[in-house]
Design a protein around this ligand. Sequence first.
Ligand code: 13P
Ligand code: SF4
Length: 354
Amino acid sequence: SPSDPDLVERARAAKEKLGDKVFVLGHHYQRDEVIQFADVTGDSFKLARDAAAKPEAEYIVFCGVHFMAESADILTGDDQKVVLPDLAAGCSMADMATAEQVAECWDVLTEAGIAEQVVPVSYMNSSADIKAFTGKHGGTICTSSNAERALNWAFEQGEKVLFLPDQHLGRNTAVRDMGMSLDDCVLYNPHKPNGGLTVEELRAAKMILWRGHCSVHGRFSLDSVNDVRERIPGVNVLVHPECRHEVVAAADYVGSTEYIINTLEAAPAGSKWAIGTELNLVRRLANRFADQGKEIVFLDKTVCFCSTMNRIDLPHLVWTLESLAEGNLVNQIQVDKETESFAKLALERMLALP
Ligand code: 13P
Ligand code: SF4
């Protein structure tokens, strides 16, 4: 079983043997059995920033998903090797924007005569190819903790933004945080000719939103919010900005996983919270704050893990650490040089945001 004490001991021993040669990063959505071995935990911004924090570590074991490991590879030295304990830990949202589709979209914008006015802003949850496209066209990466700053920056560079690939983060930031209207946003569907948009619609738009979404956060609905408010009077609803617009509009607080944790840390005893994000994190927080008298529940009645985050389990971590300890480099994530140089440009613009 995953909490097998034998596996816990093997992970501990392998990590001890590796010593300073290994640096383990863990995203907040990781399982408890994995997160206990992380040297640093964080949201995707913090993990991108901290990936390079230990240049002496030969191996960076990234307990998270593929795009995070790619970003760590881009941001760390050539002699540091980034390892993803299960290569099948992808992200369905990141897969919703491919390099070919995005190149085709740029052609559509060019034909509409607006490409020069458009600055791409790509969510961290995207492949290295998409990040490279973004860097090449003068854009920046953002995460859920700096999307507003990234958009403000982008609107200083140009009149329009192409936001990839999460329509919800793009729309929620533009409308909820920046006071744009829903009519300022259009949805570009990569499966339709011209994105399913007319030239007039493209020319009138300020925000061109890619039609991608997170299926985990997409499960929360306005009904989930209304139900929980009825069930728990006085509850505070706190959700991740990957949730649909009507959910975010009905919530009391919205922010990244790190924001969610900080908000609950600062919450007074006796307060009640319904959280709309991945379940490993919500359960961990519910347990952690229970003895401080903070009641923390999951926003929906159904179970809602991120299946790809969950692929990194203790057996995979043990296998990874033991392989590295024996000198076998397994599951390395390596972005090719050309992609890396442009993707790095976009990531560095994000890290330099005011
Ligand atoms: P955070 O950046 O808020 O941790 O969100 C990351 C995420 O959704 C990973 O899918
Ligand atoms: Fe991707 Fe959603 Fe999972 Fe985050 S929670 S890794 S956006 S599928």
